[in-house]
Each structure stands twice: as structure tokens, then as C-alpha cells.
Design a protein around this ligand. Structure first.
Ligand SMILES: [Zn+2]
Length: 69
């Protein structure tokens, strides 16, 4: 997790001035970029294959009850 200094009024992504609505970023786009980078860092475990596609199994862990008919 990256720590942002509140005193820095620059977007950590593109170094532009931040926008109040998107702090600490300058725009929603940069916020998304940062989130994406952060998630990538989270999932990129050492030793794990770089092939980290969305292999989400909807049958795993989700309650499948309440199926009328
Ligand atoms: Zn930016």
C-alpha cells in the first residue's frame, strides 16, 4: 500500500495538480490507474506465473440457494 502525503498537491500518477474531487489524484482516470497498479502488485506474488487472468469461479464460495423453479 502506498502512502500519500496530504501535503503533496500533485497527482502521484502523472504529477499534475490534484483535483479536490479525486484527491490525491488529478482525475478519476489516474485514481483507476493507481488502483490497477496496486492490485497488480497485490496479485503479482513472487514465484507466481505472470499469467494472472481472471479465473473467477462463480460456483466457488457463492451461496447458490434460493433458486425458485
Ligand atoms: Zn494524474
Amino acid at each position: 500500500m502506498v502512502e500519500y502525503r496530504p501535503t503533496t498537491n500533485k497527482c502521484p500518477i502523472c504529477k499534475k495538480a490534484t483535483e479536490q474531487a479525486f484527491r490525491p489524484f488529478c482525475s478519476k482516470r489516474c485514481a483507476n490507474v493507481d488502483l490497477f497498479n496496486w492490485l497488480k502488485g497485490e496479485y503479482a506474488l513472487p514465484g507466481a506465473p505472470a499469467d494472472t487472468e481472471e479465473e473467477y469461479d462463480p460456483h466457488d464460495g457463492l451461496p447458490q440457494g434460493d433458486r425458485s423453479n
